[in-house]
Write a protein that binds this ligand. Sequence first.
Ligand code: PRX
Length: 650
Amino acid sequence: MADAQNLDTLLKESRRFEPSEEFRANANYRDPAIYERAAADPEGYWAEEARNLDWFEPFHTVLEWNPPHAKWFLGGKLNAAYNAVDRHRKSYRKNKVAFFWEGEPGDTRVLTYDELGREVDKAAHVLSKLGVKKGDRVTIYLPMIPELPIAMLACAKIGAIHSVVFGGFSANALRDRILDADSRLLITADGGWRRGGIVPLKQNADQAVEGTAIEKVLVVRRIGEQSGAAWVEGRDISWEAEMAAAPSTPYPAEPMDSEDILFLLYTSGTTGKPKGIVHTTGGYLTGCNTSMRSVFDLKDEDVYFCTADIGWITGHTYVVYGPLSAGATIVMYEGAPDWPDRDRFWQLIEKYRATIFYSAPTLIRSFMKWGTEYPKRHDLSSLRLLGTVGEPINPEAWMWFHEHVGGGRCPIVDTWWQTETGCAMIAPLPGLVATKPGSATRPVPGIVADVVDEEGRSLPPDQGGYLVLKRPWPSMLRTIWGDDERFRNTYFGKFEGIYLPGDGAHVDEDGYFWILGRIDDVINVSGHRIGTMEVESALVSHPAVAEAAVIGRHHEVKGQAITAFVVVREGITPSDELVNELKQHVVQQIGALARPEEILFTAELPKTRSAKIMRRLLRDIAEGRVLGDTTTLADPSVIEELKQKYAHRE
Ligand code: PRX
């Protein structure tokens, strides 16, 4: 459960920041009655929000709730790409910039809504020519280049389901996701730029597709000759050649049922197998569109910059579908925040006069370490609103962000949500809600959250418990792809009809929520979810490893870091070389994001008498705490030995 140290620090936090009079006066949401109105009639509230989208056919029923299955906006027909792009082409936004894109090496591309729409139409023709049909899955493994949102929107336009896999995942991880989704088409690039180096996407893709149903690989040229990427005749197809040959006529948007699937996005859970989170068209789009206007206070004149990679849910919702459906101008950046120097984000904000900046606590902690000289080099006066997501933000990082990036004048929206929730669930409406550093404040209108005990009873203020969402909401996941049983057990197995996100939290006297982190075997490294079992499976797939236990321990910058305790097979001698080899093995199996920070060899793992690994004790050791209850251990000497070993590692 929530660790006590964390709780103490949070409880001591009593600073409050009100929005400025100017911000309040100009905010989209100025009347606090919105909260009561939405609470009194949530379905009416969401129906009103849904009508901000363009529907080919109106919905006749707002919600059908057969727990744990929800259907929203029944009978309604719409298309996500039409809402994200085409409707703006028909409006005064036709020549408004949709994307200011900046490549890591400094190349740039500007796409207006009309230009973006033309690209999406061409790409839809290309996909259609390749035989992609409504309901087919298309896996996309691309860097942060304009072709990524174009490919996603092209899928949406023809009704195909996209499954974007983050470019930092390995060939193995990509293969697992292709197999699970049963995709026939993969869209990738010859490589991507990262800190001046080349990410070998095509090489990974070539390995990944072996033994899968992939028939064609559409390859975007990002790097060129230097990439060293191989070409498989008959299977590989050039994106550029196909786009050049595609008809220049509009591609008619497929009218999708509100409940038709828009995309799958894989995320980690408590087993070794990632879950394909299923999002549908009408509800998801309503959720992300609403939060652009409410949480991000988006206006037509804003220039909006979200630093997330589109390979994660934050990028899906807040680089692509949310801001585009709301007609925003988006800054999209390909590379690392410290390339060529540690002021890259600040330089981009100055260059494009960004007004809204949405980033992650782990990055803010890096900025803090790098020092104030970097933001000071640039004029950040265009900013008016800041946001964070991915993990609890420590009050020091919040204050630093507030002062050194926001100049003390910008409200900060700390947004709590998940891949499964589709869009922000707990976050301030910045003109209405005073903020407290470290708290995501209160649920957005239309969302009912609570903190409950083991039996599902609401807890009084300041008592830690399970965070739950008590009513269905439009952008909630509908199921796990191919595994409805797992969906039911994971999210609705503990409390009947109530959604369990897997986070611990408490609510303070003012009704503010304080998120305390995961309560399951999921580690949050730099805002990215990694299952302990995934890393353990990767480790035991190495021939030298007999057993492994993985935990997340506190890390100053990453929030949590991965520590692995490993038992080697008989005849194997632990060594520094083996440590490096095992780290590399995990990178190969999953990706660099899962690389263990440290690996410790041990003769045995601490287990209960029923042979369950006691990860709680391993966490205590790694974080240097007094050991918790050890009475259930089968062999208490194991833990003493481990403790000594850990204390004496270099
Ligand atoms: O533990 C919570 C943490 O990130 C988890 C969701 O991870 P993912 O599905 O990868 O989505 C991340 C981006 C939406 C949550 O269960 N989390 C996310 N945002 C916050 C947070 N924890 C505290 N405060 C937040 N603002």
